[in-house]
Design a protein around this ligand. Structure first.
Ligand code: PMV
Length: 355
């Protein structure tokens, strides 16, 4: 019969890079010019929920993002759909009396409904959670047998940073050497329990969409910046080694030093781009000064900051005590709805909220 529908729903958190990915060596396959390391957030706060459905009644692939239909014709969606379909297997739902043979998937269409519980494309890595969740849920629907590493290489073709959201905890995206991208995959470093005293607070400085997409920004930086090659070849490889060690040892001072320096260097290569790209604004700069001053007065760093392709501050506190003190400070210096455009705080970790 034409009446059946099979559905799968999945939830994927976003991730925040502490050693940034910026620059592609292959734009179609999305292959990076350097390794990167990120932390995956708690799914309760910043995540994408995606439902994928298949039915013989559907006559084309369609997708809705936050309730609005979007086009799936772009290369990134097409690459993900094609790669997952190519790995589909037999599926049987006895209750519904549905049997889909491996070869049937070519002729079946999917409908996708995806929701972000945070602002889309405002530098909060919405595409990371989005593509990771799309690939993961389609893989479940189509009974794809690949492990998360192989799925990460497919999610990567949707959005580079998405490959890191297939795992929790701290994750490394290895840039790889192969031209076909087969070794450009995410690797879990430590799981979410390893360093669970960290608390992440996101100061939503501005929830509007960013002006320069990461794709065009990266392209312009790679084409025009005199500093990007030095960063990718000389600086990041050393930082990756140091960051992995700092994470293993839970060495917060080194972690903070590397995280802040890498965020600042990423924004420096943006400024070194022609025409220059400004992702941070005055409020972002004031938050940096405030955290730097505080860390110096404490003698040892208590809070790390990092900014992606937008003005929102991601603040990582050493523990709950410092997270609470940080919030106090932020609320004092940057009260929500003041004349600064800072409008809300998101707690990216469960620990502060639970008791
Ligand atoms: O994967 P994209 O195109 O969303 O690029 C992400 C770039 C940064 O967020 C700035 C850095 C990173 O590694 O996530």
């Amino acid at each position: 019969s034409q009446k059946w529908v099979l559905m799968v729903t999945a939830q994927t958190p976003t991730n925040i890079a502490v050693i940034k990915y910026w620059g592609k060596r292959d734009e179609n396959l999305i292959l990076a010019i350097n390794d990167s390391i990120s932390v995956t957030l708690d799914p309760a706060h910043l995540c994408t929920t995606t439902t994928v459905a298949v039915s013989p009644a559907f006559n084309q692939d369609r997708m809705w993002l936050n309730g609005k239909e979007i086009s799936l014709s772009g290369g990134r969606y097409q690459n993900c759909l094609r790669e997952i379909r190519a790995r589909a297997n037999d599926v049987e739902d006895k209750k519904k009396g549905v049997k889909i043979a491996k070869k049937d998937w070519e002729n079946l269409h999917v409908h996708v409904a995806s929701y972000n519980n945070f602002p889309t494309a405002a530098g909060l890595a919405s595409s990371a959670a989005g593509f990771a969740c799309l690939v993961y849920s389609l893989a479940k629907l189509m009974n794809v047998q690949e492990d998360n590493g192989r799925l990460s290489a497919i999610a990567r073709q949707g959005s580079g940073s998405a490959c890191r959201s297939l795992y929790g905890g701290f994750v490394k995206w290895v840039m790889g050497k192969e031209e076909n991208g087969s070794d450009s995959i995410a690797v879990p470093l430590v799981d979410e329990k390893h360093w669970d005293e960290l608390v992440i607070i996101i100061a939503v400085v501005c929830s509007r969409q960013k002006e320069t997409s990461s794709t065009s920004g990266m392209r312009e930086t790679v084409e025009t910046s005199a500093l990007i090659e030095h960063r990718a070849k000389e600086v990041v490889p050393k930082r990756i080694i140091q960051m992995e060690e700092a994470i293993q040892k839970r060495d917060f001072a080194t972690f903070t030093h590397l995280t802040c320096a890498d965020s600042n260097q990423f924004h420096a290569v943006c400024l070194d781009t022609s025409p220059p790209i400004f992702y941070m604004n005055d409020t972002s700069h004031r938050i940096i000064s405030c955290v730097e001053k505080w860390n110096r007065s404490e003698g040892t760093p208590q809070v790390a900051y990092t900014f992606d392709a937008g003005p929102n501050a991601v603040l990582i506190a050493r523990n709950r005590t410092y997270a609470a003190l940080l919030l106090q400070r932020l609320l004092f210096h940057f009260p929500p709805n003041s004349e600064t455009d800072l409008n809300s705080y998101v707690i990216g970790d469960k620990s502060l909220m639970e008791d």
